[in-house]
Design a protein around this ligand. Structure first.
Ligand SMILES: [Zn+2]
Length: 288
């Protein structure tokens, strides 16, 4: 059987220890969607891959494709290592959540180059924002959550699941759209509210603006509105994709409790080292 060489750009979504010295990588690529590949000997000190096959690296990668689904990494060059992101627990956490969402929503080999570009943009933004965020601890958590939800809304759009926002998703009414229905896939009017939940105008506006604006220019909203947006996204995904994502953002940087920002999140989150089959176990487990 012929072994085919594949050259592609890729983002490392997750890296899982395997055997004595190997790693299994989940990669997201522009033309082949999500790909799993084994990197042999990568955990040896003198591996030719160096530290390049870590989560959130953007790479130009060479793979060998045999008969199985698992490809083998034969070469890798760094396009962007996102070095600042790597030094910040909150940015790492946000990157892990972004990669997890992409991996779950787009888990097949179906190509979505737009999703690849969106993920690259998100990681680059997180990297840029690390320096700025140290001056804005108070607003940091709220805007990080807004950014994360704007990213998710764009993923929904790429998946063909963008919520209907201009008119009632059930009857087409254009006034009094004060509810959201995941089953209907959008805002609904009072007459159609059924199993819908109440949606503030702020939350409605956030979704419309987040979909219309570039990722770097996500709108602001209150904590309450963002909570409704997150619920709208979750219920849409549950109904139409049977996908459940981890919360969009990690625990807030709250000065009130006296815990420093990043406490409890020191361990690099998802993406790193979680055993197979339990993606992001660390994060999900911490919620209760
Ligand atoms: Zn209606």
């Amino acid at each position: 059987m012929a072994v085919r060489a594949v050259k592609t750009e890729a983002v490392v979504l997750r890296s899982i220890r395997y055997g004595e010295a190997d790693r299994i990588l989940h990669l997201y690529t522009p033309a082949r969607g999500r790909v799993s590949a084994i990197a042999k000997g990568v955990r040896r000190t003198r591996s030719r891959f160096g530290g390049r096959l870590e989560p959130f690296f953007r790479l130009r990668i060479e793979l060998h494709e045999g008969r199985g689904e698992l490809l083998t990494v034969t070469g890798a060059q760094t396009i962007d290592a996102h070095p600042r992101l790597r030094g910040d627990a909150h940015a790492l956490d946000a990157a892990a959540r972004a990669c997890d969402a992409v991996g779950r929503l787009f888990e097949t080999s179906e190509p979505h180059p737009g999703v690849f570009n969106l993920l690259c943009r998100k990681l680059a933004l997180l990297d840029q924002q690390v320096a700025a965020s140290q001056h804005a601890e108070v607003d940091g958590a709220l805007s990080a959550r807004a950014d994360a939800l704007a990213f998710r809304l764009k993923l929904l759009l790429a998946a063909g699941l963008a919520p209907h926002l201009g008119a009632c998703a059930c009857c087409g009414e254009r006034e009094q759209l004060a509810y959201f229905s995941g089953a209907a896939g959008g805002v609904v009017c009072g007459a159609c509210e059924g199993e819908a939940f109440a949606l503030d105008p702020d939350a409605h506006g956030f979704m419309a603006q987040a979909l219309a604006r570039p990722l770097a220019d996500a709108p602001d909203a209150s904590d309450r509105a963002l909570g409704q947006v997150e619920r709208a996204i979750s219920e849409t995904l549950a109904h139409h994709a049977q996908v459940r994502l981890m919360p969009a953002a990690g625990p807030a940087r709250r000065g009130v409790s006296g815990r420093p920002a990043g406490a409890g999140a020191r361990t690099p989150p998802a993406g790193h080292e979680s055993p197979p089959g339990t993606p992001a176990a660390g994060i999900v487990g911490r919620r209760g």
